[in-house]
Design a protein around this ligand. Sequence first.
Ligand code: ADP
Ligand code: MG
Length: 455
Amino acid sequence: MSDYQRMWEKVLELVKQSTDPMVFSAFFSSVEPVNFADGLFSIRTNNALTAEYVKKNLGSFIEENLSKEAGSPVTLKVIVNGEPEEEIVSDSVSEDRENKTKVLRAQEPPKLNRAYVFSNFIIGPSNQYAHAAAYDVANNPGTSYNPLFIYGGSGLGKTHLLHAIGNAIYERDNSKRILYITCENFCSDFQASLSYKNNVHSFREKYRSNYDAILIDDVQHLSLVNRTQDEFFQLFEYLFANNCQIVMTCDKSPRELKNISDRLITRFEWGLVTDIQPPDFETRQAIIKKKCQDRGFAIEDDVCSFLAGKIQNHVREIEGVLTRLRIYASVQNQPISIKLAKECMKEYVSNQNISLDVIKRAVAAYFDISISDLTSHRRPKNIAKPRQLAMFLCRSMTNSSLNEIAASFGGKDHTTVLYACKKIEETKNGDDELSFQIDALKKYIMKNCREESDR
Ligand code: ADP
Ligand code: MG
């Protein structure tokens, strides 16, 4: 086996561990490494769908790991058998190239998800006010409503709107400075800065460096630690005084936020507070149609209505279901029909239906320990490891925040959950037993949830 084949084997193993088994076998059985020269790693497949999927969803992951293996930056090239050898480089690389060719932009482009823009956000009665406010703010940053506070349930498009605002401001004027940050990252950034004396200073500099807009996602995760809230408050005052547009998203309205100081809540309500509700049936249909169109395929109206009827609250899950449906169609070599959609939906378990309790019960049963062992503070190895694993699964299989998970494990600190997740993430790749356990537990949990929702 040559060096590049060995490199590929290693990276493929990482891909396998982080991908749904069905997706993995559907897409990677036909992929083979072809060559590695001058920083360009070529792989070949006989299927255009595979090439597109790998490029879009795994391109940067594969490049990152190939680069680690090679010890220098690697670009991935996907060749489709029978098609002209046109280079399909992963999004991250093409973005990079695009950026390099844009002549001397004023500064680094903001780190935003370019796929989240206003033009692909479907407007319906459930989100029209939030959309209108976001659009207005994007056109008049710092002057319309400041702050803009968008709240609503998970998967309803808050993050999409936040990025859309940033993208629109930057598109119109690329000298504008925009920062997108999750509140969780803000808090851990601040807490980390406290551990080194002088870092608080650079922390402040970082957030106060003349931004035109700061987009803060999921402020419900604002740390309960007073000092973090004080810092956030002061940052808010500073930004506001400097006409920086502040946009926040949250899973509840300011009034419903618990453990957040009154002065912050008052600030949150200073500008405009607007909500997003779950989309109605017609809007769900329109979103499904648009997502299919963006991915270059069409589905019949009956399939679209069937899916819109099944996926009710979580727009986010529409994307997963559509990917799955395409894989089913490709593996079974069939058109996307209502029959196929029904088969595909049998496997569907909404993330919303997976509770922290179901996960704890499954892990406790699997390791033959009690749930109170999992939530206790005891640390013998036979308990500590399942506890870490349970926290990791809670984080990856539900939409719960670090704080919510920490609270459900006997009121631990959110940093304990963060540590557990990192630890499992780091060790699972080289530890066959652990990755087997994760796989087995995920399947078991999904099965339990399906049975519960069928009842
Ligand atoms: P939230 O931040 O509210 O949890 P996201 O913004 O992450 O939700 O949205 C989840 C997914 O659903 C994203 O892929 C987003 O593009 C999509 N989505 C949500 N609402 C809409 C909409 N109205 N139109 C198009 N896509 C949407
Ligand atoms: Mg979000």
